[in-house]
Ligand binder design. Structure first.
Ligand code: ADP
Ligand code: MG
Length: 344
């Protein structure tokens, strides 16, 4: 691929240092994705400028005007501490007629809002757990007849924020408590779903029009005690010591029931299109013991650090890390934003 001038947009606290010497794994984990992307883009011969961003668009505008990047590599996951605001930064890039990597603003808006995406998926008859929303700022009116266990989460947060074993609730009292917890801790509406017992599967997709579905990945809960629900809590996802203690790993999904792989592939493409995703994304699924599949959410711009599921799954499909990054750059360059072809 032609060498690109890539402005790598990261959160201001996550601008990685040049070298890892003397740093602990824990310190590196904070900005590992940013480090991996920047070092590998450089190694592939691209010209790279990292830009840290927190609560202002001025520096971004300045860098676009002065440095004239071919592309902005978007690694932002929030703006000014608000997780759903990264979509507005992407919208700003479009207004500036600046090509960028990853998902477009519409896809980000639809996929970040779990309630909105579930409504859209139901319209398309894509199986997602039954749900109710308990809006923040209103006293929850809990119906008497609900089928427990239920799962309580934030309607907009990601990275398992607010997700713990207590997210699985067995009665009205626990439900009310957890709804209040979500309202208070995440300042968002509480999404209450039927609890889907089963295996946890992830499917990566890359593309704008023509989609490539990556091999199905699975989170294995190791020796987590039977008494605890097998779910990806904050600790399960991010705490290395906890993962090592219980042997929690992710790997290519093996021994899936017949036909499941094909269904996952087909569903993932349909979800990607229904939510107007572009660039790259990862779908989270649960597979029940009776073979029923449910999508939990679609993640636009998922984690692409080298050792994470998305890149590892791509590697299994024969795409090296450098190929993944180049493909992402290429898709960003080719994305048919509305401004293209319209004279400014
Ligand atoms: N309805 C559900 N039934 C069973 N487990 C769930 C359900 N919803 C979420 N989970 C568990 O919680 C994890 C995080 O939920 P998810 O909706 O993917 O939010 P996040 O955006 O934080 O990743 C999932 O990976 C899964 O393990
Ligand atoms: Mg998830």
């Amino acid at each position: 691929m032609k060498k690109q001038r890539a402005l790598v947009l990261v959160h201001s606290t996550l601008v990685p240092p040049e070298s890892l010497v003397g740093l602990s794994e824990k310190e590196i984990d904070e900005w590992r994705t940013e480090y991996d992307v920047i070092t590998h883009l450089k190694a592939a011969g691209h010209e790279v400028l990292p830009l840290g961003m927190s609560d202002s668009l001025s520096e971004l505008r300045r860098a676009i005007i002065d440095w004239k990047p071919d592309i902005v590599f978007n690694l932002l996951e929030e703006f000014d501490g608000i997780v759903t605001y990264d979509q507005h930064v992407v919208a700003f890039l479009e207004l500036m007629r600046q090509p960028y990597t990853g998902c477009n603003p519409r896809g980000m808006l639809l996929s970040r809002d779990k309630v909105l995406s579930k409504q859209l998926l139901s319209y398309h008859r894509i199986p997602t757990p039954q749900f109710r929303v308990f809006p923040r700022g209103r006293k929850p009116r809990i119906p008497k007849k609900l089928n427990y266990p239920l799962f309580v989460k934030s309607s907009t947060e990601d990275a398992s924020l607010g997700i713990a074993h207590a997210s699985v609730v067995a009665d009205e009292k626990q439900l009310a408590e957890r709804i209040a917890f979500i309202h208070e801790q995440t300042h968002s509406d509480a999404l209450v779903e039927e609890y889907i017992e089963g295996r946890e599967l992830y499917v990566g997709v890359i593309g704008n029009d023509r989609l490539k579905v990556l091999p199905v990945w699975e989170m294995r809960f190791g020796s987590l005690p039977e008494s605890l629900p097998a779910i990806a809590t904050r600790k399960v996802k991010w705490d290395r010591r906890y993962q090592a203690k219980y042997g929690i790993t992710t790997a290519a999904a093996a021994n899936l029931p017949e036909g499941t792989m094909a269904r996952l592939e087909q569903l993932s493409k349909r979800i990607y299109r229904a939510l107007h995703l572009t660039g790259y994304a990862r779908m989270d699924f649960r597979l029940r013991p009776d073979g029923a599949l449910y999508v939990l959410e679609a993640n636009a711009n998922p984690n692409i650090s080298m050792a994470e599921d998305f890149s590892q799954s791509a590697l299994t499909a024969g795409m090296r890390y450098r190929d993944v990054l180049n493909r992402i750059l290429q898709l960003g360059t080719n994305y048919p934003a509305a401004w293209r072809g319209v004279e400014s």
